[in-house]
Design a protein around this ligand. Structure first.
Ligand SMILES: NC(=O)c1ccc[n+]([C@@H]2O[C@H](COP(=O)([O-])OP(=O)(O)OC[C@H]3O[C@@H](n4cnc5c(N)ncnc54)[C@H](OP(=O)(O)O)[C@@H]3O)[C@@H](O)[C@H]2O)c1
Length: 258
């Protein structure tokens, strides 16, 4: 009997250049690591230089760190230019950077709501807009990291949910607008234990209670892991796997939306 092939001996994304926002921590970091394991060169974007430098140190030449705030006007153009300057091309954009501020609408600060719309909706649109010429040339693809919060009712998290619902809408509309050259899909993660969970504005006890309720409401009874999202991103970037998929909103959520 022949030996089973080593995992990832096949590097399906070899030679591809992929841009990942929010790559320094949490889901984005796992996405970047899965992409480089699959052979891609990754332009890793975030506001803090240190986590990106650490990722690059572990991944060698495959990661190009770019410090930028995606919510700033002009950042998208600079980020796309940096990816093309480093890898000579751009094949895929993963819009992962996101902001979550939880709480009842009555207590929501205007600035928080506007910041979520800017980071979760406007910035992905702006990055896609700037990347269109490159993606058209390479039959490229966009993967938006949305959330199950964009399709479920989200009491006490309505503003976050609304921003992700808008990202879902953008995904589906752009899938048609940019076809047939560019594929546009979204992954909708259920809860994943990342630093974001500690920056939502909830107290420790409120967060623990929410985590308990979410686990109970999830058929597979646990939070997800970053790499369980990262592998799906790799599949969507790979034209062999997903060359006939566009406009899909894919829940990777332990059954939370089932
Ligand atoms: N964790 C979950 O349960 C969950 C569930 C569903 C969906 N999601 C989505 O998954 C994505 C990743 O979240 P995560 O949980 O991995 O959170 P995270 O660990 O807090 O990661 C967010 C990353 O985005 C970067 N970022 C934030 N604002 C940015 C900006 N304006 N410009 C550039 N980079 C920015 C942050 O780095 P800097 O601070 O250095 O910029 C950070 O590395 C988000 O879109 C989130 O909505 C998460």
């Amino acid at each position: 009997m022949s030996e089973p092939k080593a995992r990832l001996a096949h590097r399906p994304l070899e030679g591809m250049s992929v841009l990942v926002t929010g790559a320094g921590s949490g889901i984005g970091r796992s996405v970047a690591e899965c992409l480089t394991s699959a052979g891609a060169g990754v332009t890793a974007v975030g506001r803090r230089a240190a986590p990106l430098a650490e990722l690059a140190a572990r991944s060698g030449e495959a990661v190009h760190p770019v410090t930028a705030d995606v919510a700033e006007k002009g950042a998208a153009e600079r980020i796309v230019a940096a990816a093309v300057a480093r890898f000579g091309r751009l094949d895929a954009v993963v819009n992962n950077a996101g902001l979550a501020r939880f709480g009842a609408l009555q207590d929501a600060a205007d600035e928080d709501f506007m910041a979520m719309l800017r980071v979760n909706v406007w910035a992905p649109a702006e990055l896609i807009r700037c990347a269109i010429p490159q993606l058209r040339r390479n039959s490229g693809t966009v993967v938006n990291i949305s959330s199950v919060g964009g399709v479920l009712s989200m009491p006490e998290r309505s503003c976050y949910g609304a921003s992700k619902a808008a990202l879902n809408s953008l995904t589906r509309s752009l899938a048609r607008e940019l076809a047939p050259e560019i594929r546009v899909n979204a992954i909708l993660p259920g809860p994943v234990d990342t630093p974001m969970w500690h920056e939502t504005g909830l107290s420790d006890s409120e967060r623990n209670e929410l985590a308990r309720k979410l686990t109970e409401a999830t058929p597979l009874r646990r939070f997800g892991r970053g790499e369980e999202i990262g592998r799906w991103v790799c599949a969507l970037v790979d034209p062999e796997m997903a060359g006939w998929m566009t406009g899909a909103l894919i829940p990777v959520d332990g059954g939370r939306t089932a």
